[in-house]
Design a protein around this ligand. Structure first.
Ligand code: ZN
Length: 84
């Protein structure tokens, strides 16, 4: 019985060792130090409202003119035309 437990212990140590080696050799950084940037996310970004159609969109995608936001250049020009 003691021999059986020893085999299991050796197996566990061997398993942990292999896992450790695999992680080291794969070149993968620890998961917490690699924020993914591959998907453009609007998370945490300010949302603005188009002054013409009222659609909400992130600031980075909005067209800005004199403090107003628009969803597209077309709507910016439309608003400009109405002002004149
Ligand atoms: Zn619009």
């Amino acid at each position: 019985m003691a021999k059986f437990l020893l085999v299991i212990a050796v197996f566990i140590v061997f398993y942990l060792f292999l896992r450790n080696q695999a992680r080291k050799s794969s070149g993968m950084p620890p998961p917490h130090s690699s924020p993914k940037q591959d998907s453009p996310s609007t998370h945490g970004e300010d949302m603005v409202r188009c002054g013409v159609c009222g659609v909400h969109l992130p600031t980075s995608e909005a067209v800005t003119s004199r403090g107003d936001f628009f969803c597209s250049k077309e709507h910016l020009q439309l608003a400009d035309r109405e002002r004149r």
